[in-house]
Design a protein around this ligand. Structure first.
Ligand SMILES: Cc1cc2nc3c(=O)[nH]c(=O)nc-3n(C[C@H](O)[C@H](O)[C@H](O)COP(=O)(O)OP(=O)(O)OC[C@H]3O[C@@H](n4cnc5c(N)ncnc54)[C@H](O)[C@@H]3O)c2cc1C
Ligand code: FES
Ligand code: FES
Length: 1295
């Protein structure tokens, strides 16, 4: 594929690997082709991971390196994403840049809709997308952002509104200055290579053959040749976009010795129009088809374009832009996916296919006789689809295309449909009807019995309600249907038909709003009287943003290969619980290139890694306890060879009985990690006797995959002498990796140096798991004496490294009729997986945060880490807090529902109001919590919007609006006191440049940028003098993990300490020459033998938690916040849209508001993903099914709130952290739950209309499936639930 060719052969590593399957956009490049027919050049974005190099003959490929660099000229696209703070960890940035660059090559002044569409196939896990959009919107002609920095609710200068006031130091409250951005000058762009034009114009077209090790690639030039080839090799696939065949080869191991690539056969790309419709060449890409249909819709009378508009509706949703640019219409049809979006519309629209073969030409109807099964059509192996005929629609004919997917864009549909109705002229009597569905069977399904029941009858409520009964009977699904969601799918068949009915009846069904994103509204505290040179408190750009945007930033797998380097691939358990009876590596060792297979027996030192006193086996020796557990590792000259070797390692298992998967099973078997924890304030049992009402409820919260864009990566290089190893890795805790590797090899820590340049996202997933893999890789390097690289593929990473703990929360709450909660008893069961990892610490933190913002006088909590046979779960941003507080807030919600009041009222009644003690007897002042709450309600205009939502709900039967305001009180620092320390090392060189080293790792959170700001303030020099090269255990030893939102607090103080020392040392020379420059003082100091290097140290808070006494001081301080979200829910499909979100946070005096706002927005969107979208699914035998972006949906650009405002609380001080700032990396994630509770509020409105009041269950994530079923509409009520125990479900209900 082009991706490996670029990265490995050409060493162009700016193009990144994120998933390998076309689902993330990290590998986006621009492909340009000369089109001799029109003499134009076509530019399109494409995923390099799916682009076969052989197919690029005659094409020019532009990568991120090609458009600009720091050595030449940074391109405006690169500059704007960087300056707008749209690059945090930077791993997605080159892909974003290339998608935007391609758009600008085609449309130099795009609209916001163009930008949204262009970026729809690019995922970012850090930023929450807003700053990326804000940076790129500056290219828009009608940039609806206010250049005068008025915005959103404050009004835009274009509307004649005054821009907001300037802040204290005269700076406008904007995060980047649009005034001095590099202009876009299309004449300066790279030109298409003239030699390729010449080649296309002059060189005779010849068929080509590329003969590889396993595949012969044939590219014919004429249709006759193609027909002959297909006759000679009927089993050979025709590869056009490679978006089906590519993933099949890569992920399913499909073998195709011969591949035919017909991309140069003109007939497959021809478009012919007739009065009856249009013939579209089967090779045309979906983007070309979309553009063509858009043109026809503009040109033809509306009544003729029903089918075209329906297709356009679907085409906008098929994959991302990069996929649509290469995937062909013929490929989509012939692939015959069960949930193809096009086939139901084409089939319902009576489209035809022109087919050719040696036997001649024929036309066949695209219907159920053509689509015969899963991935199967009635085409004969030697037949080729030449074109697709799509007819114009007739008067009185209407067509609809409706779908429901786990995410609005770039997600395969759960159910998709094409419905066409033709009425008898002038009446509502149905003459023809065609209803086709995808997602409810092995292939596109036609509901012909239902159609027959409607044809000849008037289209009205009566007819349809009878039709629903037939439809329900006609489309039945086995409860074990692959993909699960059976009840939801069945109800969707009804509700999509009903929605079509609404369309027909009113012709004004409101499409899901893509909306224009309003620009960020923010304010940030500015520093009164602060010198303009002092960089602290300013929105300084991420120190690597530009090199991340140009692709020059080096991530672990970008490090050039060393001579003789080997690749390591892990072999993992396929059984959830079994004894290992033997590992046979004979065949693996015979695979060419394979050098060694590492098993537990080969580990020279400790076979376990130890963390917080818990031992975990590195490679399973005698027993496996989950699918995905590491058993052995194959090393080979290339990654492909190592993979081949790994595939033939034979592990003989003897299954052990009754694996445990769910927390209920764990409870039954008392399968827990110890210790369990309990905490109590007041007398809960007695208080329950004295309350007006008692309610018991529960909520389940699913896990969450970290989905850092850079997968686990490392390179271990033995130095060859003194048993030294240099380890380059992407991790949050290099010291832990160093110590674990040393113990594994049985050598002292001083022989192992770990280096972290930058991390492409971590979120808690690169602490313990990375160290374990690094230990195994080090054993391989140790044994072979050669450098060994291990970079996990996305699927392996998701399988092996665990996720956020799923939690079942049960509670009993006692309250008075006025809403005051008097007693609460909460129980948390965390599904920890097969090893303890950090689970006990996680469940401790669950208990420490169970009060959130509420003063419940009698409060009891009990939490356990359940041991199950699933992959071991680990730390994830928030470390148990997002699970804990969801249960608390759900309990409050239930109390409100019991009392028939708004949840916000109950929240207010129960909030801490004055200086108080928490349930672990820690004193704090909630003043700023209350300020955040009040400001949030005021800025979001909560009261009037709540009223407006009520009015909206009264008027709309199938759409409901909901609101929620959620507070947060989040403890910062490690409750294990010894982790609250940090060190630094600062060198000043003779030229005045400064090198800072500290113990924090740069993972996108901007810690290096903040450290530069700290050093700049303390040394009184501009940040341009200061460089931070990497985090290294050789420079700063015994570091603590970059976690717990404490990195800046700790390392900032250590850097400050070292800089203060140095500045003091320079005092004599400064006094001697007060008007001298920094450089002159430094030179002088050297001559005067003043040391220009200093270490800094911070001995942080002595925090603790005494679980025996149930009291302690586990946190240094609290970060507070509040968030109001409003959603609109489509009750028929469960789809929702976040209409608006307002966040107010108290983060003290921010060191860098742009970095902090980036953390706030990014974590909010990650929380939104956790609570509404991201769903890990396991098969009944414990196999993780969701192993890539195709199955596991993280928020994309379409998911950001239509209006998103972030405010930093003003005049907040924090004596407990550097420069009065506060940690913010984790707290806001929980505020994503405001969207969950807003959905719940909307669902409650729908249920109330159906006569159902009071508390109800809505588990997290509130996916469209759960939301739709909870709405309990007429349609979901028709679906008889499958009887539990009568079938084997497709997926387990975890926790
Ligand atoms: C990340 C991702 C997201 C996607 N999302 C969606 C989605 O939301 N909705 C949806 O409907 N689809 C989706 N798809 C599927 C995608 O639309 C299809 O894979 C694509 O249209 C297939 O076209 P291709 O040219 O890439 O096929 P290829 O992979 O090149 O070929 C696929 C098959 O079609 C056969 N074939 C191709 N052309 C012809 C021809 N002219 N005559 C006979 N046989 C032919 C080939 O022999 C081969 O077996 C997605 C795919 C990916 C990778
Ligand atoms: S790596 Fe190509 S799309 Fe993810
Ligand atoms: S900045 Fe986008 S993934 Fe990190």
């Amino acid at each position: 594929m082009l991706l490996s060719y670029l990265r490995d052969r050409l060493r162009l590593t700016g193009t990144k690997y994120g998933c390998g399957g076309g689902g993330c956009g990290a590998c986006t490049v621009m492909v340009s082709r000369y089109q001799p027919g029109t003499k134009t050049i076509l530019h399109y974005s494409a995923n390099a991971c799916l682009l076969p190099v052989c197919q690029l003959q005659g094409a020019a490929v532009t990568t991120v390196e090609g458009i600009g660099s720091t050595k030449t000229r940074v391109h405006p696209v690169q500059e704007r994403i960087a300056r707008a703070h749209g690059s945090q960890c930077g791993f997605c940035t080159p892909g974003m840049v290339m998608s935007m660059y391609t758009l600008l090559r085609n449309t130099p002044q795009p609209t916001m809709e163009d930008i949204r569409e262009a970026l729809g196939g690019n995922l970012c896990r850090c930023t929450g997308y807003r700053p990326i959009v804000d940076g790129f919107r500056t290219f828009c002609q009608e940039s609806n952002c206010c250049q005068g920095n008025g915005n959103g609710t404050a009004g835009c200068c274009l509307d004649g509104e005054s821009p907001p006031e300037k802040s204290g130091n005269g700076l406008p409250p904007q995060l980047f200055d649009q005034g001095d951005l590099l202009p876009l000058d299309p004449t300066q762009e790279l030109i298409f290579p003239p030699e390729l034009i010449l080649m296309a114009q002059t060189e005779p077209q010849m068929s080509q053959r590329f003969i590889g090790e396993n595949i012969v690639w044939i590219s014919p030039v004429s249709l006759d040749e193609l027909i002959q080839l297909k006759a000679d090799h009927p089993q050979a696939p025709l590869v056009i976009g490679n978006t089906n065949i590519g993933p099949d080869i890569k992920f399913k191991g499909a073998l195709h010795p011969i591949i035919i690539s017909p991309t140069r056969v003109q007939e497959l790309f021809a478009v012919t129009r007739t009065a009856q419709g249009v013939y579209i060449g089967a090779g045309c890409s979906l983007s070309v088809v979309k553009a063509l249909l858009e043109g026809l819709v503009q040109e033809l009378p509306e009544e003729k374009t029903e089918i075209y508009r329906a297709l356009l509706q679907q085409l906008g949703n098929v994959g991302g832009q990069q996929i649509r640019n290469v995937a062909s219409i013929g490929g989509n049809i012939v692939s015959a996916y069960p949930n193809s979006d096009l086939n139901p519309v084409l089939a319902a629209g009576s489209c035809k296919l022109s087919v050719v073969s040696k036997g001649g030409r024929k036309e066949i109807l695209l219907n159920k006789d053509f689509l015969v099964g899963f991935g199967k059509t009635s085409l004969k192996p030697d037949e080729i689809v030449l074109s697709v005929f799509i007819p114009v629609s007739r008067k009185w004919e209407f067509m609809g295309a409706l779908r429901q997917a786990p995410r609005k864009e770039n997600a395969l549909a759960t159910v998709t449909s094409g419905i066409r109705v033709m009425f008898t002229e002038g009446s509502s009597v149905v003459k023809e009807l065609s209803i086709c569905y995808g997602g409810v069977g092995p292939c596109t399904v036609s509901a012909s019995r239902t159609c027959a029941a409607i044809i000849g009858r008037p289209w009205n409520e009566q007819t349809l309600s009878e039709a629903y009964t037939v439809l329900l009977d006609e489309i039945s699904l086995s409860p074990s249907h692959p993909g699960g969601k059976v009840d939801f799918r069945r109800s969707l068949t009804l509700s999509l038909l009903f929605k079509f009915n609404l369309q027909i009846l009113h012709k004004l069904w409101e499409m899901v709003r893509t909306g224009s994103l309003l620009p960020l509204q923010n304010n940030f505290p500015v520093v009164n009287g602060q010198s303009v040179d002092d960089q602290v408190g300013r929105p300084v750009m991420h120190h690597s943003a530009i090199s991340q945007a140009t692709g020059e930033a080096v991530y672990c797998d970008d490090i050039p290969k060393t001579d003789g380097e080997l690749h390591l691939v892990l072999v993992t358990s396929t059984r959830p619980h079994a004894k290992i009876r033997g590992i046979d590596v004979t065949e693996a060792l015979q695979v060419p290139g394979v050098v060694d297979v590492i098993t537990s027996k080969d580990i020279p030192g400790k076979k376990f890694r130890t963390f917080t006193g818990v031992d975990e086996e590195l490679l399973a020796e005698n027993e496996v306890s989950c699918v995905g557990q590491m058993v052995c590792a194959v090393i080979a000259d290339t990654r492909e060879q190592a993979k081949r070797g790994a595939a033939v390692v034979k592990i003989h298992y003897e299954d052990l009985p009754e694996p445990v998967f769910t927390v209920e099973e764990a409870m039954e078997k008392k399968s827990y990690f110890q210790p369990q924890r309990t905490i109590e304030r007041g007398n809960v049992t007695q208080a329950f006797e004295e309350v007006d009402q008692v309610y018991e409820g529960e909520i389940r919260l699913g896990g969450q995959e970290h989905f850092y864009m850079e997968t686990q990566s490392m390179v271990v290089v033995p130095s060859g002498e003194d048993r030294e190893l240099r380890v380059y890795l992407s991790c949050q805790h290099p010291t832990y990796a160093q110590e674990s590797i040393a113990e594994t090899l049985g050598i002292p820590s001083n022989r192992v140096s770990c280096h972290v340049k930058r991390v492409g996202g971590a979120f808690g997933g690169k602490v313990t798991k990375t160290s374990a893999i690094a230990c195994i890789t080090s054993v391989a390097a140790w044994r072979s004496g050669r450098a060994v690289r291990c970079v996990l593929e996305r699927g392996e990473d998701m399988l092996i490294t665990g996720a956020r703990h799923p939690v079942l929360g049960r509670y009993k709450v006692g309250f008075m009729n006025d809403g005051k909660i008097i007693a609460a008893d909460l129980h948390y069961y965390a599904n920890s997986g097969n090893t303890a990892d950090e689970s006990v610490l996680v469940v401790e933190k669950v208990l420490l945060h169970l009060d959130n913002a509420y003063n419940v006088p009698n409060l009891r909590g009990h939490s356990v880490a359940c041991k199950t046979n699933l992959p071991s779960n680990t730390a994830f941003r928030g470390f148990g807090v997002p699970q804990s507080m969801l249960v608390t807030e759900n309990m409050i919600n239930d109390v409100a529902m019991k009392l028939g009041r708004n949840a916000e009222e109950i929240r207010e009644i129960n909030m801490y109001k004055e200086v108080s003690l928490t349930h672990y007897k820690f004193q704090f002042d909630p003043k700023n919590l209350l300020r955040c709450w009040d400001e949030c309600k005021e800025k979001s205009d909560y009261d009037s919007r709540r009223q407006a939502a009520g009015e909206f709900n009264q008027k709309n039967r199938w759409k409901k609006r909901g609101l929620a305001v959620i507070p947060i009180k989040y403890g910062i620092a490690f409750s294990e006191g010894f982790l609250n320390q940090a060190a630094s090392l600062v060198h000043i060189y003779k030229d005045g440049s400064v090198l800072v080293s500290h113990g924090g790792t740069e993972m996108g959170q901007g810690i290096h940028t903040k450290m530069q700001q700290v050093a700049s303030r303390e040394l009184h020099i501009p940040t341009s003098f200061i460089h931070i090269t990497e985090t290294s255990t050789s420079a700063v030893p015994n570091t603590c993990p970059s976690a717990a939102s404490f990195g800046t607090d700790a390392n900032g103080m250590a850097v400050k300490n070292a800089c203060e020392t140095l500045y003091r040392r320079l005092e004599p020379v400064r006094k001697q020459n007060p008007t001298g420059t920094w450089e002159s003082w430094v030179k002088k100091a050297f001559l005067q033998k003043i040391s220009l290097s200093a270490t800094g140290y911070y001995r942080g808070h002595d925090l603790y938690m005494d679980w025996e006494k149930q009291e302690g001081q586990p946190y240094a301080y609290f970060t507070y916040g509040a968030c109001c979200s409003e959603v609109e829910v489509d009750c028929l499909s469960g789809d929702y849209r976040t209409v608006r979100t307002d966040i107010v946070t108290d983060i003290g005096r921010s060191i860098n508001p742009s970095v902090d706002i980036g953390q706030i927005e990014g974590s909010f969107i990650q929380g939104l993903g956790l609570y509404t979208m991201e769903e890990l699914q396991f098969s009944p035998s414990g196999v993780l099914l969701t192993r890539g972006p195709s199955q596991y949906k993280i928020p994309a650009i379409c998911d950001i709130p239509l209006q998103f405002n972030v405010y930093l609380l003003s005049d907040s001080d924090n004596p407990h952290a550097i420069y009065s700032s506060k940690g913010i990396g984790e707290p806001v994630l929980f505020l994503g739950s405001s969207v969950f509770f807003a959905i719940k509020d909307a669902v409650a409105a729908a249920r109330a209309e159906a006569g159902m009041d009071g508390p109800f269950t809505l588990d997290s994530p509130a996916t469209p499936e759960r939301t739709c079923l909870a709405c309990n509409t007429d349609f979901t009520q028709k679906i008889p639930p499958s009887r539990p125990g009568s079938f084997k479900p497709w997926a387990l209900n975890i926790p």
